[in-house]
Design a binder for this molecule. Sequence first.
Ligand code: GTP
Ligand code: MG
Length: 211
Amino acid sequence: MSYYTKAKFFTSAPDIRHLKNDTGIEVAFAGRSNAGKSSALNTLTRQRNLARTSKTPGRTQLINVFELEEDLRLVDLPGYGFAKVPVAMKKKWQASLGEYLQKRKSLKGLVVLMDIRHPFKDLDQDLIHWAVASNIPVLALLTKADKLKSGKRKAQLLMAREAAMAFMGDVTVQTFSSLNKHGLPELEHILNTWFGLDKKDNEDGTDSEAL
Ligand SMILES: Nc1nc2c(ncn2[C@@H]2O[C@H](COP(=O)(O)OP(=O)(O)OP(=O)(O)O)[C@@H](O)[C@H]2O)c(=O)[nH]1
Ligand SMILES: [Mg+2]
């Protein structure tokens, strides 16, 4: 059984500035509206309704925090790039996102989710640049991989890996699908590294002494 099934809702915050508990290890999921952040969290935790998903872009307005165990958290950040959001709100969100990446001490990894059919839009690139500048490792997850046939999917992955080199940082690229769980072991592997779970017996997830 996956360690991540034990994720529980911890708290919601209206803004990054209102997030408390800057201790332990936190991994955030970020990306454009509709990229599949909430779906990926549900797939990871094998919980259908842990993070709310929607066909309406901009659904996740609050920052939702999930706890795996004390001091290990997953964070679902609101999506950016939603066309109907007023410019002032966009600017505010971008500023607070930048601040979060710079100041959040517990942030040990950033998953940037991008639709495999159109990755690395401007805001995605900004986000990755900020993370690299703050020495935060990035997993660029190419979502909805089920939408492409195998050949096209591999071509997109290679192209994205090439593009990722330009950031000159710790940026890994993987394909992923919440629909058919493609890429789930790879996602778990990287999260395990960031959470320090690869160093302990995580078969039953109870052995936290080794941390
Ligand atoms: N085919 C396919 N559809 C997906 C996949 N992941 C998510 N979707 C769909 O994409 C839409 C958006 O998914 P969400 O997980 O809500 O996206 P989000 O990034 O959390 O969106 P916001 O909260 O608005 O920022 C929903 O209709 C999902 O069913 C996937 O792997 N494959
Ligand atoms: Mg969401």
